[in-house]
Design a binder for this molecule. Structure first.
Ligand code: WQD
Length: 334
């Protein structure tokens, strides 16, 4: 089976390509390198010992996507490609709506033309906004608080309408919680360009000495210790959730939605403490004011994914903290 992975050189995409190859799928990657690095391609080949077909193209360029489908018999698609920085989306909404929506429309147009109707879509828990209760279930109200989240919600609505118009489609929408960690080899991981927006990449750079001090955004939330609580999930567990989703597209038609989280919420201070213990170091941090747009707490009820995909997260917060740091230690050696 040949799987097209858009954004396949990115953080979650590259880990998913490794799991696909380890499960004997053929993989074709299309990535425009806007938020990824070409040397990840060799890392994927080194980890798996497998070949990968790569196209450096933008999914917003329809002709380029059409060419890929013309040259390859694609059996299913996993669509990661998209901009994903919440803060940037607030500053540049037109760029986010154009990129994240046109890419999905182009992809679905090509899929329909070439009769490829199995799609796994990378969505996000951000579509739930600030949940009224916890843990979050897939049938909770959907409400977004930033353009990035709204592009994810709009993409979900586009896919729903495509399925309604063509019931031959099999579409799996995966709503990620907070992916962190890296592959055990230390060869691939999360290394965003510029100053990291997210907690773990920032902690890792403080640990490596690249950044001076972590700002903890608020300690007056209604949570166990006043700091924000999130459902952190190991990126390898997340990648394996995509394998289960792809398997389901070959068994059932329809459109299905799944939370990919552990069901456990950890506070910022708990993450810092675990990271320090696991990696035997101290993280310099200070409490500052809340970050606008942040919510107090967010964690998943992952029961539906277990029941229908036979998937559940297996790696704990200690492995997430260890592997996140191991990746940076390894890449600083190179
Ligand atoms: C986690 C916690 C912060 C940085 C975002 C996107 C979401 C998804 C995952 C794509 C919060 C605190 C953070 C820092 C801090 N991305 N924090 N200091 O905001 O839960 O989710 O990434 O789908 O769409 O919104 O993740 O890692 O930014 O924050 O104190 O320097 O860490 O306040 O409580 P978030 P995060």
């Amino acid at each position: 089976m040949k799987i097209l992975v858009t954004g396949g050189l990115g953080f979650i995409g590259s880990h998913t390509c490794v799991e696909l190859l380890d499960n004997d799928y053929e993989v074709v990657i299309v990535d425009n390198l806007s938020n990824s690095n070409i040397d990840v391609l060799d890392k994927i080949k080194k980890i798996t010992g497998k070949q990968v077909q790569f196209y450096q193209e933008d999914v917003c360029n329809y002709m380029a996507i059409d060419e890929i489908f013309k040259e390859n018999k694609i059996d299913a698609v996993i669509h990661f490609a998209g901009y994903k920085a919440v803060g940037e989306s607030v500053e540049k909404p037109i760029m986010y709506y154009e990129n994240n929506l046109v890419s999905t429309l182009n992809l679905c147009k090509a899929m329909q033309k070439y009769n490829c109707k199995k799609l796994v879509f990378s969505s996000s828990a951000t579509v739930y906004g600030s949940p009224k209760e916890l843990p979050i279930k897939e049938d909770f109200a959907l409400q977004t608080t930033n353009p990035y989240g709204t592009t994810k919600l709009m993409n979900e609505m586009i896919l729903e309408d495509i399925y309604k118009s063509d019931p031959d489609f099999s579409i799996i929408v995966l709503r990620y919680f907070n992916p962190i960690g890296s592959h055990s080899s230390g060869l691939i991981g999360e290394n965003p360009k510029g100053i990291p927006n997210n907690l773990m990449p920032y902690i890792v750079r403080v640990a490596s000495g690249e950044l001076e001090c972590l700002n903890v955004f608020g300690s007056d939330y209604d949570t166990k210790d006043g700091t924000g609580v999130r459902d952190y999930i190991h990126v390898v567990d997340l990648a394996n959730g995509h394998i289960k989703a792809i398997e389901k597209t070959f068994k059932d038609k329809g459109i299905h939605y799944y939370n990919l989280g552990t069901g456990n919420g950890y506070s910022v201070l708990e993450i810092i403490k675990t990271f320090e213990e696991v990696n035997n170091l101290k993280i310099n941090y200070k409490i500052v004011e809340r970050r606008p747009g942040d919510i107090a707490a967010c964690y998943a009820d992952p029961a539906k994914a277990l029941e229908e995909l036979n998937w559940e997260a297996k790696l704990g917060i200690e492995e997430m903290c260890r592997d996140s740091y191991n990746y940076i230690l390894n890449s600083n050696k190179e």
